[in-house]
Design a binder for this molecule. Structure first.
Ligand code: BG6
Length: 503
């Protein structure tokens, strides 16, 4: 494997210290990294190498680990340069340190620039790197990793793509979406395309509707300042959830490589029917959590959180209904919801199949559900559950709902890498399959934009309150229009069923 230097901009920030550097350490410990590697932290705070190492070791997720020889060896490869990140001339210091590390660790000129900074620097940093020739691949390769949010709306995302592409080619740019690093999100593709039994049914003839639930029990907490400018649609839906939709609904790619998979995802995103501004109030519900008491704990309402204005209309919950206009999905509704301060933390995809054409066994008193469901649990208790009807032993034909499941926890000895670990390793290998391509990021904004505009232009569109710890505003059930279809309200365990909530 090629040698590499990870250059982390925003190195003293939370993400770098708590997630990125620990993920690199895990890779190092698991012997996944090339022998020749180094990590260079860059940001404004004034740390020496020693002070930066100390910070990383005391604040990161490897705090609990006793300092071992591996920690010490890793620390030696960790250095730091303080610069004014928006000052072009300061990048000379970065260049100098890179040359030093390159020589010391025999790297061969391969650098990954990871932007873990506030988004307003996403345009500046590539330009400053380019001003010092650090984008050029004369010796070794140069890759740029960009955290979300990629743009604030369609216009800013298009502009950002243009700005970055002035200095870096598309195949040097890695837009990170940590949901794509989750094993279970990748497994959506394997379940669909490595098996012969699902795909023949995976279409409008057999599927009644698709539900995706992304729930978090945490509130916004100390992130109010960031979150209030973002909200659930930008924070979760435009990126993570639209990527999940693409994995669930895309056509089979011609190969399992970056180009083929990302081409199919783009095509799928292009086929999602935009929601007209005038239909937004019918197809999109927005909600905001209000104060409540869970057990003995008093939970603050969103507007009482630090950094959130008293009259904020930012959605902490959204539920959408939309359609995909293509041959496979015509007429099949997709329902997606996401929210903070819900009863539990869970993300899952539920495929509900159509009823059998003739209800042979159904009698008035029978309570089985003849919609088969395939539940694909993204997190936690990752796994797959297929629900179907079975005969109750004894006289007659009484039918009962049962489930067949696979759970990741059954896989012994399998190391399930954390999302960041997997994604960082892929960027070293130059595999962009699990990174979002510029055109599909824009396409996702194209769908989200009219919804944002409608909310902006029409303040009368309601923001429904929901008490923290509940499944969102009651009106959300109306989005699903038929009597026999309801939201599946998942509990923490995959197989426990949906008939009680944890609160
Ligand atoms: C982040 C969002 O991208 O994803 C957060 O900014 C959210 O608001 C987080 O909490 C959820 O990630 P996960 O992996 O915990 O589901």
């Amino acid at each position: 494997m090629d040698g590499v230097i990870f250059v982390i901009f925003g190195a003293s920030g939370d993400l770098a210290v708590r997630k990125l550097i620990p993920a690199i350490f895990e890779l190092y410990q698991g012997k996944y990294l090339p022998e020749n590697f180094a990590v260079l932290g860059v940001s404004r705070s004034d740390y020496s190498d020693a002070a930066f190492r100390k910070k990383v070791f005391s604040e990161s997720e490897f705090i609990d680990a006793a300092i071992s020889k591996e920690h010490k060896d890793f620390a030696e490869r960790l250095s730091y340069v303080p610069i004014q990140t928006a000052e072009k001339k300061d990048y000379a210091k970065v260049k100098k340190q890179l040359a030093k590390l390159d020589k010391q660790f025999n790297i061969g000129g391969n650098y990954i620039f990871y932007l873990s900074t506030p988004p307003f620097l996403y345009k500046t940093i590539p330009a400053c790197l380019a001003a010092h020739g650090l984008n050029e691949e004369k010796v070794g390769w140069r890759r740029l990793v960009i955290e979300k949010p990629f743009g604030y709306d369609l216009e800013t995302a298009v502009k950002l793509n243009e700005d970055i592409r002035q200095h870096f080619e598309e195949d040097q740019i890695y837009r990170i979406d940590h949901y794509l690093g989750k094993e279970t999100v990748q497994n959506l593709l394997v379940t669909r395309f490595a098996n012969g039994i699902f795909e023949p049914l995976w279409n409008r003839n057999y599927i009644d509707h698709v539900q995706i639930t992304n729930a978090e029990n945490l509130t916004v907490g100390s992130r109010g300042g960031y979150y209030d400018k973002s909200g659930a649609l930008r924070d979760m839906f435009q990126n993570h959830l639209m990527q999940i939709v693409a994995h669930v609904a895309m056509e089979p790619p011609i190969a399992a490589d970056a180009k083929a998979i990302r081409n199919e995802k783009l095509k799928l995103l292009q086929s999602i029917r935009p929601i007209k501004e005038s239909d937004v109030s019918k197809q999109v519900i927005r909600g905001q959590y209000t104060s409540s008491t869970i057990g003995k704990e008093a939970i603050k309402g969103y507007r009482e959180e630090e950094g959130v204005p008293d009259d904020s209309k930012t959605a902490t919950f959204i539920a959408l209904k939309f359609f995909i206009d293509n041959w496979r999905w015509a007429g099949v509704p997709f329902y997606v919801r996401s929210g903070k301060a819900l009863p539990t933390k869970v993300t899952e995809v539920v495929i509900t199949f159509k009823d059998p054409p003739h209800a042979l066994f159904r009698k008035e008193e029978m309570v089985y559900n003849d919609n088969n469901q395939l539940i694909m649990r993204i997190q936690p208790n990752e796994g797959l559950l297929l629900k179907f009807g079975m005969k109750v032993p004894g006289a007659g034909f009484e039918v009962k709902d049962v489930g067949m499941d696979f759970q990741y926890s059954d896989l012994t000895n399998a190391h399930v890498p954390a999302a960041y670990e997997r994604l960082l390793l892929d960027v070293i290998k130059g595999d962009a399959t699990l990174y979002a391509r510029g055109d599909s990021v824009e396409e996702a904004w194209r769908f989200v934009d009219p919804i944002l505009k409608a909310w902006e232009n029409n303040p009368k569109i309601k923001v429904y309150g929901y008490p923290a710890g509940t499944w969102g505003p009651a009106v959300v059930s109306k989005l699903i229009e038929s009597d026999d279809v309801t939201w599946r309200n998942p509990v923490k365990e995959l197989t426990t069923g949906d008939d009680f909530s944890e609160v």
